[in-house]
Design a protein around this ligand. Structure first.
Ligand code: PBG
Length: 322
């Protein structure tokens, strides 16, 4: 007799059967691990809202980079807390600042590890905005000139990839031109093309001391209600010369990741941001969730949505679990 029941469960019957038909796999080579560097020596202070993430002096950042590389993670992204802030964020391109010193020290001792520099001004400006102010407006075109200096200084220090996260218009073209003029034609641009104005950055702003001193970032970061606009941002950044396109945050924006993936032929990165990390860590610390399961499930979902690259504070744990 003809059996009318169609049985998808056949393909779930054992671990090997599930493995055979699995559509998405996480790999340690998908990850980028973010590091926060500070001035001083032998500093290692845990960031309160980001358990198991630390403010590290350059010496300790180098030690961590060795461990990251030994785990098989291909890249780190460097964020810094500068020693001084001013109106224009000039410590962002100071070659003696923690970020530039960390980039060159890590490049020297772990040359194969790819180094991503975050190109922005908010950690370096006294007002905490991502660019140069004109009254209370962030002046787009004046800011581009400063971002060019930041990108070139990071390339000079040894960054393989620069990642502009400021959301100024035209910054990818401006940075590409400045890199090329300074003989850095091979430095890659990973653009935070689709960066939403998000509450999920809260713990990072504590970690990087980068909260805006007035207002918010809605003049330049995207409105969480929009998705067509994301595709427009992506098109523009590709036209300007971006090599890798990033969507940020990750979990609440996987529909965007998926749309971008379908539209373009460049690698897509997602940033699994500080607030996403903090929520998991807090719930896990309370015994409310199984951290390992939740983390691997979330990272797999990012990959399934279409991400090729995942920037995540969970990367070292995940590398150990895979
Ligand atoms: C700098 C920058 C931010 C993040 C990465 N680069 C903060 C912001 O835009 O407020 C957020 C990263 C995170 O939350 O983990 N502009």
């Amino acid at each position: 007799m003809f059996n009318k029941i169609i049985r998808p469960r056949r393909l779930r019957i054992s671990e090997n059967m599930r493995a055979l038909v699995r559509e998405t796999t996480l790999d340690v080579k998908d990850f980028v691990y973010p590091i926060f560097v500070v001035a001083g020596e032998n500093v290692r202070e845990e960031i309160p809202s980001m358990p198991n993430c630390y403010h590290l002096s350059v010496d300790n950042a180098v030690e961590l980079a060795k461990k990251i590389s030994a785990l098989g993670i291909p890249a780190v992204e460097i964020f810094g807390l500068p020693e001084y802030k001013d109106e224009i964020g000039s410590s962002a391109w100071d070659m003696t600042s923690p970020v530039q010193r960390a980039i060159s020290a890590i490049k020297k001792s772990v040359p194969e590890l790819l180094i991503v520099g975050d190109v922005c001004l908010c950690q370096y400006t006294s007002h905490g905005h991502c660019g140069r102010l004109c009254g209370s407006y962030v002046d787009n075109d004046e800011t581009l000139k400063l971002l060019q200096k930041v990108a070139v200084s990071q390339a000079q220090a040894g960054a393989d990839i620069v990642a502009p996260s400021d959301m100024m218009d035209g910054r990818v073209a401006a940075i590409r031109a400045a890199l090329d003029e300074n003989n850095f034609a091979n430095v890659t641009i990973m653009s935070y093309a689709v960066k939403y104005a998000s509450g999920f950055y809260g713990p990072f702003r504590d970690a990087a001391d980068s909260a805006p001193q007035f207002g918010d970032r809605k003049q330049y970061q995207m409105d969480c209600a929009n998705s067509r606009e994301a595709l427009r941002e992506v098109e523009l950044d590709i036209a300007e010369g971006a090599d890798i396109i990033m969507v940020k945050p990750a979990l609440a924006y996987l529909d965007i990741v998926s749309k971008v993936r379908e539209k373009i032929n460049l690698p897509v990165a997602v940033y699994n941001v500080s607030g996403e990390y903090a929520m998991v860590k807090a719930a896990a610390a309370n015994g409310w969730i199984d951290e390992r399961r939740i983390v691997l499930e979330s990272l797999t979902a990012m990959k399934r949505a279409g991400a090729d690259i995942i920037i995540s504070y969970h990367a070292m744990d995940a590398a150990n679990w895979l």
